[in-house]
Write a protein that binds this ligand. Structure first.
Ligand code: ACO
Length: 336
């Protein structure tokens, strides 16, 4: 058995900055409300027609990660793509990345685990590398939320939170099993599926043919729904549990954490976790202020920025943790 380690990281966000004041011009909201409740100052939105999609952003992030990994694209043995906002209903973006990067006909897997998608993706890649089946796996998290949000006052409880962007990591074989990804921990609780969801178009409640027949502009099932306070309460419990589970599995205490990179759901959630584990500001990385919540892309964007800023060094204990729609949650414990 081997371990896997992250050998290359990259991210891409669209140039277009949307501030809280910009949002207050199209809906009844304001900078103070958004900052106080979420910590977000601005986010990036793709400009319609400029060519950015979930896949193209993922490809841009992946190219940077592959270059930094110092490998050739043809050294990639498998692709994992996590998103809740795919270009197409089917096929998923994994095969589009394989095509657009011009990689030989390797397998491509799409992960549908929303905010936990990148941690799930890392876990999948880790298992393949551990067993020796693959040597280099490309994991991408990418989201284009802005075109699918209700940008009116009706949708303000959700639409102010989310932003667009992509992050990517190349995982590779590590012979020393005391280094790299030490363990991953995944969970789900489908009984709360509808508490944070987008149900149309789908085959469960809103069939495509019904939507076309109804042609109802007031149909809210096209837009994401979030029971914000319920999500918040569950998030703080599950984040804490899954971080602790990961640490205990490796016989480590919270004091061992050099850098916690939580999914950027809401600054208040990150601050709650920081306080609970008594971590200093240097031990937790947050960039939700600049990008909002980019769902599956949030951890790889944050991890890349933390690494670029020299905040993650060789030998550090890095903890990734996520919670989101499903509900799903997970953690990864990494010796860098
Ligand atoms: N601007 C101004 N007012 C708003 C806005 C807005 N953007 N959105 C809602 N309001 C109003 C509401 O209408 C409500 O008004 P009322 O009191 O007159 O009825 C009031 O503000 C309070 O609304 P709440 O929904 O109760 O506000 P809350 O304090 O719960 O904050 C929030 C909402 C930020 C969504 C919070 O519940 C939260 O952070 N939840 C966690 C969910 C989360 O982080 N989701 C991220 C995505 S999921 C994930 O990644 C885990």
């Amino acid at each position: 058995m081997y371990n896997s380690k992250i050998i290359g990281l990259g991210y891409y966000v669209p140039d277009n900055v949307v501030t809280n004041d910009d949002l207050s011009k199209v809906m009844d909201t304001n900078d103070a409300w958004i900052q106080e409740r979420t910590g977000i100052k601005e986010r990036r939105h793709v400009v319609k027609g400029d060519g950015d999609t979930t896949t193209t952003m993922g490809v841009k992030a992946a190219k940077i990660a592959i270059e930094r990994a110092g490998i050739d694209k043809d050294d990639i043995d498998f692709i994992v793509f996590a998103t809740l906002s795919p270009d197409y209903y089917f096929p998923g973006p994994g095969v589009l990345v394989q095509r657009d990067l011009g990689i030989k006909t390797v397998g491509a897997l799409d992960v549908r685990n929303q905010c936990s998608g990148f941690v799930y993706g890392i876990s999948v890649a880790d298992q393949y590398i551990k067993t020796g089946m693959y040597k280099n796996v490309l994991v991408i998290g990418s989201e284009l939320h802005s075109h699918g949000l209700d940008m009116t006052t009706r949708g303000r409880g959700v639409s102010v939170i989310f932003g667009d962007g992509a992050g990517a990591a190349v995982l590779s074989r590590e012979e020393d099993t005391t280094k790299g990804i030490l363990s991953t921990h995944l969970h789900s609780e489908g009984q709360h599926a509808e508490e944070l969801s987008l149900i149309a178009p789908g085959m469960g409640k809103r069939w495509v043919n019904d939507i076309i027949a109804d042609n109802d502009p007031n149909d809210e099932s096209y837009f994401p729904y979030m029971n914000g306070q319920f999500v918040f309460k569950n998030a703080v419990v599950r984040f804490s549990e899954v971080i602790m589970e990961g640490l205990e599995a490796n016989k480590l205490a919270p004091t061992a954490i050099d850098m916690l990179v939580p999914h950027q759901a809401n600054l208040r959630i990150s601050q709650f976790i920081q306080k609970k584990f008594q971590l200093s500001d240097d031990q937790v990385f947050n960039n939700i202020m600049n990008y909002g919540n980019t769902t599956a892309a949030s951890i790889p964007i944050a991890l890349t920025e933390a690494w670029e800023q020299g905040k993650i060094k060789k030998g550090d204990l890095v903890v990734l943790a996520a919670f989101g729609s499903g509900f799903t949650w997970g953690s990864a414990i990494i010796r860098w």
